[in-house]
Design a protein around this ligand. Structure first.
Ligand code: AVI
Length: 323
């Protein structure tokens, strides 16, 4: 996910953010953007989620990368520039970079400057021959790529983690189309896509027995309280993970335990007992439904790698040729 900086916002930014949050809270059902998960504590909790036994996603994607990165590298070819969207710790990227033939450059793109430069610094030590050019940007908006990557044989966007699932379909299509533009006609996109499975597996993955995901979800309210001066009572909400079949997605909600009023930006927001606030969704695709989505963005699926249980996929997309 595009992460939100954890430093205090300037006043005008704070007003805009307050208005955005209020707009979501006035919707039916109420909504809060998942960007509020990622302050320092939220990023720490997310790293913990990735290690949980129920959260199969990170483990399974790493397993696929371990098993198939050689083949992926073969498809990508020599002297590529790898542009990673929402790079975080770049852990999976190392598995790819280790296998690529003479990669020219690595361009991690992340909104969190601190994470970006820490991860890029660590990579620079281990890959002294690679040009590493971090770009601090929100990848959901257009941004400039460093000029020198034009020298690369091929541009590859790497987007692991199944983060595309956190976007509603129109935004997912838009993001894929921007990636296609960025890599150009002979480029490619290597993307992690989580697959549809038994809803009970998904509900456990998003509501783990240790309560880490519940804490991660509630932390969004703590973040809004701190940054925007709201007074959400964290004890007055329950965490809920629910599978929504007709949208093919798992949703995270916070459910109000009682009738209550929350104050934000001089306004009062009423919650009834049992009222839901939706904080996130993650779409799960079949191979067919993802291939259809990719096609609407002018992309064709060239290769799919999966774990033996077909829980998760890493897919190579290329711009579709005009007929
Ligand atoms: C970042 N994103 C892919 C995670 C997901 O699985 O949707 C965020 C997350 N939310 C709860 N657990 C993990």
């Amino acid at each position: 996910m595009a992460k939100h900086p954890s430093t205090a916002p300037a006043k005008s930014t704070e007003d805009t953010l307050t208005n955005d949050v209020l707009e979501g809270l006035k919707k039916e059902p109420k909504e809060l953007s998942p960007v509020w998960f990622y302050d320092e504590l939220g990023s720490f909790l997310f790293d913990n989620i990735c290690e949980l036994p129920e959260y199969y996603i990170t483990r399974t994607e790493l397993q696929i990368m371990h098993g198939h990165a050689v083949e992926m590298a073969h498809h990508i070819g020599p002297e590529a520039a790898v542009i990673e969207f929402g790079s975080g710790t770049s852990l999976k990227t190392r598995l790819l970079l280790d296998r690529l033939e003479s990669p020219l450059a690595y361009v991690p793109v992340d909104i969190s400057r601190e994470h970006l430069f820490t991860a890029a610094g660590a990579l620079a030590k281990d890959y002294p021959n690679l040009h590493i050019v971090p770009v601090c940007a929100d990848f959901t908006q257009s941004f400039e790529l460093p000029q020198f990557i034009r020298a690369a044989q091929r541009r590859i966007v790497y987007f692991p983690g199944s983060t595309l699932g956190n976007f509603a379909r129109p935004q997912a299509r838009e993001l894929l189309a921007r990636m296609r533009e960025l890599v150009g006609a002979n480029g490619a996109i290597l993307i992690g896509i989580d697959l549809r499975k038994d809803p009970s597996i998904l509900e456990r993955a998003y509501d783990d027995s240790a309560g880490v995901t519940a804490e991660f979800n509630l932390n969004a309210l703590r973040h809004v309280n701190r940054e925007l001066g709201a007074d959400f009572d964290l004890d007055a909400f329950d965490h809920l993970a629910v599978w929504v079949e007709d949208q093919s997605r798992i949703e995270m909600h916070l459910v109000s335990k009682r009738d209550q009023v929350v104050h934000l930006g001089g306004e009062k927001v009423r919650f009834g007992q049992g009222e839901h606030l939706r904080t996130e969704y993650c779409h799960k695709y079949t191979l067919e439904s993802f291939s259809e989505l990719a096609a609407t963005a002018g992309l064709a699926v060239k290769r799919v790698w999966m774990d033996p249980n077909k829980q998760f996929s890493v897919q190579l997309l290329e711009p579709a040729r005009l007929q």
